[in-house]
Design a binder for this molecule. Structure first.
Ligand code: SAM
Length: 217
C-alpha cells in the first residue's frame, strides 16, 4: 500500500515497543501496522505525535484510537484474506486502512459528514481501494453488505446493537467497547447460530457511539 515510506523507523519502533511487546503476535497484523503511515491520518499539529502510544484528536470532537488498541481489536476479529469486515466509526480511516491490508473488503460507516470526508481523503491518499465509506448511523449496520465475517465498533456503546449481531456471519466475530460514556470493557462476540459466545479483554476508553441503538446525541 505505502509508497510514502517516511517515518518507517518510528513505525517499526511503535510496533516493537507498543504492540509486539504487549503480546500481539499475529505477523500479518504486525506487518500492516508497520506499513500503514499513521501520520497521514493525524491532522496537524498532532501528526508529529502520530507514533506515540496515545489516541489523538482528528477534529469534530473525535479521535484516532491508540495504536495498540487498533492492533488488539484487529486481532480479536481474526481477519482472513477472504473476509468482508464492517467497521462502525470511520473516524480518520486508520483502522479501515489496517483492515484493508488484511481482508478482501472493508465497509466503514461514519455519522459525521466532515469526518467521513476526512476518512475518504486519507484512505485515497494511501490507495486503500477495497474500503467503502458510508455516511449514516452505524448502529443500524449496513444490510446490503451483510453478512460480515468481522465487525469492529470503534465507539463506546451501552450494549451491542441488535442489527449488528444479526448482520454477523456464522462463526463471525464482533468486537466493541461496551460500558458507559466514560469507561468501557472491550468485548468480543462470536456467532454460533442464534448463540453468541462472549470474551472480555480489559478496560478501554472511547468516544460515544451516537445513534438509534447507541447513546442519544
Ligand atoms: N476508527 C477510527 C479511526 O481509525 O480513526 C476512530 C473512531 S473514533 C474513536 C469514533 C468515531 O465513531 C467518530 O468518528 C464518531 O463520529 C463515530 N461514530 C459515533 N457514533 C456513530 C454511529 N452511530 N455511526 C457511525 N459512526 C459513529
Amino acid at each position: 500500500m505505502t509508497p510514502p515510506c517516511q517515518r518507517s523507523g518510528e513505525r517499526r519502533r511503535m510496533v516493537d515497543q507498543q504492540i509486539e511487546a504487549r503480546g500481539i503476535r499475529d505477523p500479518f497484523v504486525l506487518a500492516a501496522m508497520r506499513d500503514v503511515p499513521r501520520h497521514l491520518f493525524v491532522p496537524q499539529p498532532y501528526d508529529r505525535d502520530a507514533y506515540a502510544d496515545a489516541p489523538l484528536p482528528i477534529g469534530n470532537g473525535q479521535t484516532i484510537s491508540q495504536p495498540y488498541i487498533v492492533a488488539l481489536m484487529t486481532v480479536l476479529i481474526r481477519p482472513a484474506s477472504t473476509d468482508t469486515v464492517l467497521e462502525i466509526g470511520a473516524g480518520s480511516g486508520y483502522q479501515a486502512a489496517i483492515l484493508s491490508e488484511l481482508v478482501r473488503k472493508v465497509i466503514t460507516i461514519e455519522r459525521i459528514e466532515e469526518v467521513a470526508a476526512l476518512a475518504r481523503a486519507n484512505l485515497a491518499a494511501v490507495r486503500a481501494d477495497n474500503v467503502e465509506i458510508i455516511l449514516g448511523d452505524g448502529t443500524l449496520g449496513y444490510p446490503p453488505g451483510a453478512p460480515y465475517n468481522g465487525i469492529i465498533i470503534t465507539a463506546a456503546t451501552p450494549e451491542i446493537p441488535g442489527p449488528l449481531k444479526e448482520q454477523l456471519a456464522e462463526g463471525g466475530r464482533l468486537v466493541a467497547p461496551v460500558g458507559d460514556r466514560i469507561l468501557q470493557e472491550l468485548v468480543a462476540l462470536e456467532r454460533h447460530g442464534v448463540r453468541f459466545t462472549e470474551e472480555h479483554h480489559g478496560g478501554v476508553r472511547f468516544v460515544p457511539l451516537i445513534g438509534r441503538h447507541g447513546w442519544e446525541d
